[in-house]
Unconditional design. Structure first.
Length: 295
């Protein structure tokens, strides 16, 4: 990795703590991901992304900011990336997945608050997440009672927090609320970016994001082959990179892996033996997968 210390210092990171986090992440990535056998060659792209997760990608964001673009940090898929892209802004995910600075977080939120919320506070308070510090606006969403209450305090420690209300039930009134919230969100971003949301730029952004989702659907379907051509761990990694990589570059990279996997399937090649048992793990991915820890 190049020397990004000056950039990190400019963002206000705690360099000593940040270095320790990167060291832990690097070892965890080596142990969990790079130790796998017979990985698809296309995963080398994602290995590179992770190696530069706090480096080159952050530099790209800072270069874009220098050109006048805005960075929108989000915590949830309910925040529409399409609107962000349509207004020439960049959307990045902010969720964290490590018990970092929980003592400090508990000065703002109750101790019995869920670990996901405390982690989001901890990463900010410990000053180790360049994505948070690079964001011009952070968008929270009221998906649960814990977040509703927590955002009241989170607004005290970040400069520009926008909270989006979300319906709690699938109903006509819920649809109306969501539509109204998306309109308010677009108006807020128009003010932030100085851009105007139009049918054309929104249509183009929707097409970009749909291509990204389509690539991930293609990858998911290929996992049904027997023997399986790619590990679930690597697919989870791709799902995590989905949230902060450049959309078009990400889409091209996933489709390249899918091309490779189709060739593997045709040859009967897999990362595990044919008919190997498959175990489905359900629940919040951040609890058992390293990807979110990397941010």
């Amino acid at each position: 990795m190049s020397d990004y210390n000056e950039m990190w210092a400019g963002l206000g990171l705690d360099l000593k703590t940040h270095e320790a986090v990167l060291e832990i992440v690097g070892k965890a990535y080596q142990d969990l991901f790079l130790s796998q056998k017979n990985r698809p060659k296309g995963m080398e792209y994602f290995d590179f992304v992770i190696s530069e997760i706090h480096g080159l990608r952050i530099k790209e964001l800072m270069d874009a900011k220098a050109e006048g673009r805005k960075v929108v940090g989000t915590f949830c898929v309910f925040v529409p990336e399409e609107i962000v892209l349509a207004l020439n802004a960049i959307c990045v995910g902010l969720c964290a997945g490590a018990e970092l600075a929980f003592d400090a977080a508990e000065q703002y939120i109750p101790r019995n608050t869920c670990s996901l919320i405390k982690s989001a506070f901890g990463f900010k308070l410990a000053k180790v997440c360049p994505y948070i510090e690079a964001s011009d606006i952070i968008v929270g969403e009221n998906t649960c009672d814990g977040k509703k209450k927590a955002y009241e305090s989170y607004g005290e420690i970040v400069d520009n927090l926008y909270v989006m209300d979300l319906p709690q039930m699938k109903s006509e009134s819920g649809k109306a609320l969501l539509k109204a919230e998306y309109i308010k969100f677009s108006e807020s971003l128009e003010e932030l970016t100085g851009q105007k949301l139009t049918i054309d730029n929104l249509k183009n952004a929707i097409e970009t994001v749909n291509k990204k989702r389509k690539a991930m659907h293609r990858l998911a379907k290929l996992r049904a082959a027997n023997p399986v051509p790619i590990s679930g761990l690597d697919v989870l990694l791709a799902n995590q990179v989905f949230f902060y990589d450049d959309p078009e570059r990400f889409t091209n990279s996933v489709n390249a892996i899918c091309d490779e996997l189709e060739q593997r399937i045709g040859k009967g090649e897999g990362v595990f033996a044919k008919d190997a048992p498959r175990i489905l793990i359900s629940g919040a991915p951040w609890q058992f997968q390293t990807g979110r820890f990397l941010i």
